[in-house]
Design a protein around this ligand. Structure first.
Ligand code: PHE
Length: 342
């Protein structure tokens, strides 16, 4: 018995020399686990006669306590070794210069949307978005656009088959809103629109609009003009002059273009010709008008009870006007030097 204990002690001593944490744990199980060798000796004590049991019991308990301490010590020593080693391997040179992370910023078009949304929220408008793939019905027919209208041309608009297209303006959302909601309606619709235009200094096939729609009892053109003025002043500052110039859209009657005083020459007498306003002193920024009674009727709203106005803000143009940007391609080129300015 005592011989067996001595043998186990030797075995433990040997096993603990330079042992890894895994080997130490294996040894603990082998010796002190439920079916461990020392455990077995302790269990066997009961079978011995009283005399032998006393001495053997003391020795076996002493061995167990000793083994426990040895194993624990070996474990923490091995752990410390590992920590030291990984500290040595993974050490960081804190004198090296850091890597600077580029800080992004909000795109100027998005900034303009944010600015406009802030105004419309303060006026009690809702903000909704609509599908970019539209039905021909919502994009044209429900907006009173006759079959021969040039914007319906396959070369001007991106079609998917006969009945679907990439919306060429945000106006189809006027229809979708009126189809599902009775007045009073006060809503703006931000979003991208698509036209099959060659890219040049005034056209990009994708650009940005914000549709506005107000329908209620007794809404008139004076209300429209007031809001148009508010938009211009919110974007360009108080005191900016606007004018409503008669125009045509199939879905509004009467219709108008909103011009603001030229942001380059301000319409003053000039020594050299102004290439932005072509010397007219005004820059065309967006379209608007009183919603056509036929459009109200088609969308389920009684034109004898309700009236309203709509407008389609050209967000790229507003941004260009605000910052005197002369080429809309810059918005899409991801040129960080350009974008950093805003
Ligand atoms: N949808 C028109 C366009 O894209 C703009 C517009 C909107 C005009 C609403 C009048 C009313 O040119």
């Amino acid at each position: 018995m005592l011989e067996k204990l001595t043998q186990l002690r030797e075995e433990i001593k040997k096993a603990l020399e330079n042992a890894t944490p895994e080997a130490i744990e294996a040894l603990r199980v082998k010796m002190l686990g439920k079916k461990g060798e020392i455990t077995a000796v302790l269990k066997g004590l009961g079978k011995l006669d009283a005399e032998t049991r006393k001495a053997a019991g003391a020795a076996a308990n002493e061995l167990r306590d000793w083994a426990q301490t040895q194993i624990e010590q070996a474990k923490s020593a091995a752990g410390a070794d590992q920590l030291e080693q990984s500290l040595a391997n993974e050490h960081i040179d804190i004198t090296l210069p850091g890597k600077r992370r580029g800080v992004g910023r909000v795109h100027p078009i998005t900034q303009m949307y944010d600015k406009l949304e802030q105004l419309f929220l303060s006026l009690g408008f809702d903000i909704v978005e609509g599908p970019h793939v539209e039905t021909v019905y919502h994009n044209f027919d429900a907006l009173n656009t006759p079959p021969h209208h040039p914007s319906r041309d396959r070369t001007d608009t991106f079609y998917f088959g006969e009945d679907f297209l990439l919306r060429c303006h945000t106006s189809p959302m006027q229809v979708r809103i009126m189809e599902t909601q009775q007045p009073p309606i006060r809503v703006v619709v931000p979003g991208k629109v698509y036209r099959n235009d060659e890219i040049d200094a005034t056209h990009t096939p994708v650009f940005h609009q914000m549709e506005g729609l107000v329908i209620d009892k007794n809404v008139n053109m004076g209300d429209l003009r007031g809001i148009m003025e508010l938009i211009a002043q919110h974007v360009f500052g108080n005191g900016v002059a606007i004018r409503l110039r008669p125009s045509f859209f199939p879905f509004t009657e009467p219709s108008a273009e909103v011009d603001v005083a030229c942001y380059i020459c301000n319409g003053k007498t000039k020594t050299e010709p102004c290439r932005v306003c072509k010397d007219s002193g005004w820059v065309e920024l967006w379209g608007c008008g009183m919603v056509h009674p036929e459009v109200l009727r088609k969308s389920g709203i009684d034109p004898d009870v309700y009236s309203g106005y709509a407008f389609g803000l050209g967000v790229d143009r507003l941004t260009s006007a605000l910052y005197s940007i002369t080429d809309p391609r810059l918005y899409f080129e991801n040129d960080v030097q350009f974008l950093r300015q805003f």
